[in-house]
Design a protein around this ligand. Structure first.
Ligand code: HEM
Length: 451
């Protein structure tokens, strides 16, 4: 019986030399792409741990000890936010985009050097941004320089993954999940352009590297709801119906969700916060209905190599998305309510975005990064329980403490921060050990994806 060609094993004798050489080149390219992706993921993990989460915990402990939300420098808060959204999540998305989008869209292979150049420019840009917010040494130069480097990195990425499909495939209709990913990519472009404009504006006219509060709030709507949220929806629509055994995707409803979300983001940026909140909620509820998370699954979930609770946590994460949108509406009605805005933001960033990356990341990254198997699925469960516990404590106590509803809630905030920090660290440990161990699988990444 003919053996199935594998990346690790010898090629069967019946293959001719031309086929063998094509296979060798394909395997070499797959290995290079895996190394590239691993580099992006490791870099993202470093941003997540130190400039991102550690600084966030530090900020929260200081806020709690002084019992005043506005008691720390806005530049330090923004350093944390930028490191998480762009240093961590952005780096993951660029790496996964380089690895998967050309394959999923059957594009011609891009030149690998462009992905390495993107990595270098992006990492320098995000690092310089963090330092210019923390130590305002030559920040008038550093801030616009970091924004320029990030935009340049994005443009190289865009050029590589947005090229036209070969003519044989271009006649086929573009799948709706791709529209959602394209919209999210445009959201990233909009965020980077706003960041660039604001950085130059501050460098020329302001006395500190921190964005003014109102602009920051509008900018965050674009970079969270306009970029990361639709990106997660797009990849959810592509992978989760298979991974979770869901009913077939409602494609046209997904596009309606995207439309509602996009109008919500535009209105939010224009400071119509109530209307924006309602549209973002409507968009999120419509996306949930389109992907059919809360309907009975029709097939067993594919949880090989991850913890079998995977579908439960995906559903909880989408629950947090709806909670974040609901809190956003409350915050908009309440006006200047830092506790409710902050709770909405972290329901979104920790409850939804981080939880989705922790679930889907541990499902796909080991196989993408050299056909590995996740080190510990039990650790995955512990980490997700901790993340959800920390997030629940954080969101609830942020409203109670910052809004002066309950004094004792100030004491809960640092506990929530340490629980979230532990969860984030365990996620990093699980992935790093997975990458350091030798690959054990013999099937291809695509086969592993569908098991
Ligand atoms: C251990 C977990 C975390 C802690 C302790 C933490 C802490 C904080 C604190 C204290 C603030 C200041 C505003 C407020 O009090 O609400 C803040 C803001 C923010 N955080 Fe977090 N955070 C954590 C995780 C995350 C994650 C995972 C993300 C994104 C993926 C994130 C994104 C943001 C953003 C975007 C802001 C707003 C920054 C700005 O005002 O420009 N945080 N965080």
């Amino acid at each position: 019986m003919a053996t199935k060609p594998s990346a690790n094993g010898p090629k069967p004798a019946w293959l001719d030399d031309k086929t063998k050489s094509i296979m060798d080149r394909a395997i070499a390219r797959e290995k290079s792409l895996s190394h590239l992706l691993m580099m992006y993921i490791m870099t993202g993990l470093i941003f997540m741990l130190l400039p991102g989460t550690f600084l966030g915990v530090w900020n929260l402990i200081k806020i709690s000890s002084r019992e005043a939300a506005e008691s720390i420098s806005p530049a330090w808060i923004q350093a944390h936010g930028h490191a998480q959204l762009f240093g961590w999540v952005g780096t993951f998305i660029l790496g996964i985009g380089f690895y998967s989008i050309p394959k999923l869209r059957k594009l011609k292979p891009f030149a690998l050097w462009s992905a390495w150049l993107t990595w270098a420019l992006w990492v320098i840009g995000a690092t310089v941004r963090w330092f210019s917010n923390i130590y305002p040494w030559h920040w008038r130069l550093a801030l616009p320089m970091s924004a320029t480097l990030e935009l340049a990195a994005f443009l190289i990425f865009f050029q590589a993954v947005a090229s036209h499909r070969p003519s044989s495939d271009s006649a086929k209709p573009v799948e709706p999940w791709i529209f959602v990913v394209i919209a999210a990519t445009l959201g990233l472009l909009a965020s980077l352009l706003l960041n660039l404009g604001a950085s130059f504006q501050l460098a020329l006219n302001a006395g500190s590297p921190a964005f003014p509060h109102l602009f920051d709030q509008r900018y965050l709507i674009v970079s969270t709801w306009g970029f990361i949220v639709p990106m997660v929806w797009g990849f959810s629509a592509r992978w989760l119906p298979v991974f979770m055994g869901l009913r077939p995707l409602r494609n046209s409803i997904l596009l309606v969700a995207l439309g509602l979300n996009t109008v919500g983001v535009v209105l939010g940026f224009l400071e119509y916060f109530v209307a924006a909140g309602i549209l973002l909620m409507a968009g999120a509820a419509t996306a949930v209905a389109a992907i059919r998370f809360f309907e009975l699954a029709v097939k067993p979930a594919k949880t090989v190599n991850v913890h079998r609770s995977f579908p439960v946590f995906i559903r909880i994460a989408y629950g947090w998305l709806l909670i974040a949108a609901g809190l956003g509406i409350w915050a908009a009605f309440a006006g200047g309510a830092p506790g409710i805005w902050g709770a909405s933001r972290h329901a979104l960033t920790v409850g939804f975005i981080a939880a989705m990356i922790f679930c889907v990341g541990q499902r796909i990254l080991p196989s993408f990064c050299g056909m590995r198997v996740l080190w510990s699925s039990k650790l995955m469960l512990v980490m997700l329980i901790l993340l959800m516990t920390g997030c629940t404590l954080r969101v609830a106590s942020e409203i109670l403490a910052y809004q002066d509803y309950e004094q004792w809630a100030w004491n809960v905030l640092p506990i929530s921060a340490v629980i979230e920090l532990t969860a984030v660290t365990l996620f990093a440990v699980n992935l790093i050990v997975t990458f350091v161990r030798r690959s054990v699988a013999v099937t291809s990444p695509l086969t592993m994806m569908t098991e």
